[in-house]
Design a protein around this ligand. Sequence first.
Ligand SMILES: [Zn+2]
Length: 707
Amino acid sequence: MLSLLLGAALAAAPAMTNPPLLAPWPGPFGGVPPLAAIQVEQFKPALEAGMAEQLANVDRIAADPAAPSFENTIAALERSGRTLDRVSRMFGVWGSVLSTPEFEAVDTEMSPKLAAFSDRITQNEPLFKRIEAVYQAREASGLTPEQQRLTWLTYTTFVRAGARLDAAAKARVAAINERLASLFTAFGQNVLAEESTQFTLLDQEADLAGLSPATRAGMAAAAEARGHKGHWAVPNTRSAVEPFLSASTRRDLREKVWRAFVTRSDHGDARDNGKNVTEILALRAERAKLLGYPTFAHWSIEQSMAKTPERAMALMEAVWPAASARVREEVADMQAIADKEGAGITIEPWDYRSYAEKVRKARYDLDEDEVRPYLQLEKLREGMFWMAGRLLDLHFTPAKGVPVYHPDVRVWEVKDGKGKHVGLWYFDPFARPGKRSGAWMSAYRDQERFERPITTIVSNNSNFVKGKAGEPVLVSWNDAETLFHEFGHALHGLSSNVTYPSLSGTSVARDYVEFPSQILERWLATPEILERFATHVKTGQPIPAALVKKIEKARTFNQGFITMEYLSSALVDMKAHLAGATPIDPAAFEKDALGALGMPKELVMRHRLPHFNHLFSSDGYAAGYYSYLWSDTISADAFEAFLEGQGPYDEKVAARLKQHVFSAGNTVDPADGYRAFRGKDPGIGALMRRRGFPEPAASPSAPAPAK
Ligand SMILES: [Zn+2]
């Protein structure tokens, strides 16, 4: 009887049915996410309760009888969705590290609902009228620069979502958004299904020719996990396919594995994404037109640092000729080795990685296996902490009593040099079923001090294979750079020093957000880090200077391939989103676009359209894959500021980097922020030098900001 009564009471008060998700986070450090208490079935009711709460708050703001002001409109909106924000962030965490079929079902159901919810807010006419009034008076109302920036951001976000459209157009935009949300989910789930269920099965030792013992062991484990004990499997994922293509000496199997990988979601079956791509591109083009833009690319890039598709294209086109010429040289080098071997082949895409390794060994005498024993995961983490202390005055100590979702996850407290609490850093380094591939940072909570001081909570995630208990995990040089990269995103969040949450941390323009992370990769190779932290797993000796020299010398190696497979993807992305209303058949479009660009036949796009998650599993990086090159151009230019000074640990340059970049969030226009740090606009020269390319004759300062 008691339990029945209790049940009824709980059902009547949704806030009580999902305490872990809906309640403010309990515990130390201003509250920490109750990760150990969250269950998948709690998400749907919690998301619904969060949406209902925010809609009620928004309706109250819109109906306020008082004249619109920054406080009662813009600031009120900032605090209108606290609960939903907490729930959505945990929803995102589950989607990336704890996905299950049950979770996917909730995701499929909730994605279009969340899209419709967001349109209900941006299409609320009385609310927009108030925002517009505050926006128009922003310069004369005594607002701080940060308040003016937030007002601008809120206003333009609403306008870009269609706040000014008539009722019919608004309804159409909302319908498009709902449909897109479903298509994005379907697209991503198709790719995930292909990657997690497809594999190439190998039957005999002879099929493993060229592979290292570690790769063989991984493939044996992969086969056993898929019900083929005693065989070897190459799962259809990047992390399995690329090492195979680099090392296997079985050309027939390389071709087979390569073909499976580049045709993911392109087989004309239930998981084919061709129709999804066509429909997504058409809906985006239609929505852009309704919103008053020539194409989706124009709409998408407007709020980035590049500001127009033409400027993004100009940067890519400035780099293309040098990269293309370098590919021709690389292919000639590889062909020469193949000829010398008497292989009797012409280099094909499934040969590129394998022959590139042969060239690398011949020319640079550099062997991955020689470097790996010096790169211990835990020592590298200590090195990153040391770097954070020196550069940004952030100091890490283990945090006790903070709940986690898996025993492998560890948490550190971050303080500034005066001992003041700054935030928390969660580290989830190992691969697990249900965790998405790759490496990334996610923010559980952004810094702000608008109602009260709130500190940052961020996590870094990667997919290292966990070794035996007590055995140090060794990583490649590439993986070590990625660790520093993702830690850069975390430090960007932890350094944040702003008032309003919408402007906090990494909430910056899409083509600027990779700048802090890319620049931090550069500190891995500094002698200060290598001598202390790149120590041999058995002898404890630091990595020899001669080996570091070899790594440094080989740095520009294969940049033709790396740049080209990226650039071709970025250019096809941009062209597809510049095509406007023309219906797009992905296969034909790719072929024509690459033909027009003069794509070398020895390699393919890093991401072909049927599995290009950046473009089609959300609007996130659509017409925005160029952003990585844009940010890299800025990072290369910015690092030269250190080299022009006292070197990578120059305190004055570091202080400027912290003030104008790492702590500024989105409180200033990125072009202005960069200029304040560097004293000038970024040019393309540093990028070209970094990649070992000749600088274009009329070196344009390609990513110079549009005013
Ligand atoms: Zn990144």
